[in-house]
Write a new protein. Structure first.
Length: 211
């Protein structure tokens, strides 16, 4: 399925590639089929969530290099990027105390927690006009083994942090190549948006002393 070339392309031609555990490879094959079948975001995310729940029952499906926190910031490692960009599987790692800005994704996303606790705060626009300050909608902890649909294209403004005393590691599945997707960070007071791309983290980026 072109695993090496897809990931190498993301990493700018570097020969760094995650080792795909056989259960992860089966997961990727099944998600490829789910995405190909389509049926709308609600159908796709429900099916992906069910399959991710099953994957999390197998231990140690992530390449250990995809679970290392970085000392300075949260990181997003590429586990799999579909050759056509139709979806991607990321390992997202927050060290203790790390937090994202308030952001969106512009596509669907399903998250399963591999280790630790992910703390999520969701927001919405105060005014239906699509401008103005953000208001907090909800807050929750997502624990190891749990799976949630984190976002759909039209409902996905949130902030995520490590909610545990150990690093939080999540398997994130998105309906696009999330390392190339232009999306937004938000100022909560004004609602002003800034476009950004959260480039993939090279597998060897985390310093040994990151913890
Ligand atoms: Fe997010």
């Amino acid at each position: 399925m072109g695993a090496v070339s897809a990931v190498e392309a993301v990493l700018g031609g570097e020969t760094v590639e995650p080792t795909l555990h056989p259960e992860m490879r089966r997961f990727v094959d099944d998600v490829t089929e789910i995405v190909r079948r389509g049926g709308g975001e609600e159908v796709v995310t429900t099916r992906v969530a069910s399959r991710l729940d099953e994957l999390l029952r197998s231990p140690e499906v992530l390449d250990p290099r995809c679970t290392k926190p970085h000392a300075d910031n949260y990181v997003l490692y590429p586990v799999w990027v579909a050759p056509d960009g139709a979806f991607s599987v990321a390992a997202a790692v927050w060290n203790v105390g790390q937090v994202t800005p308030i952001h969106d994704h512009g596509t669907w996303g399903v998250i399963g927690i591999y280790g630790g606790v992910e703390h999520e705060v969701r927001y919405e626009r105060t005014r239906a006009s699509g401008v103005g300050a953000l208001t907090q909608l909800s807050e929750r902890d997502i624990r190891a083994g749990q799976v949630i649909v984190c976002c759909t294209s039209d409902h996905d403004i949130h902030r995520v942090s490590c909610g545990s005393h150990v690093p939080c590691v999540g398997i994130h599945v998105y309906g696009a190549d999330i390392g190339k997707m232009p999306r937004h960070v938000y100022d909560p007071a004004t609602g002003n948006m800034r476009t950004f791309v959260s480039a993939w983290t090279p597998l060897d980026a985390a310093p040994e002393n990151a913890g």
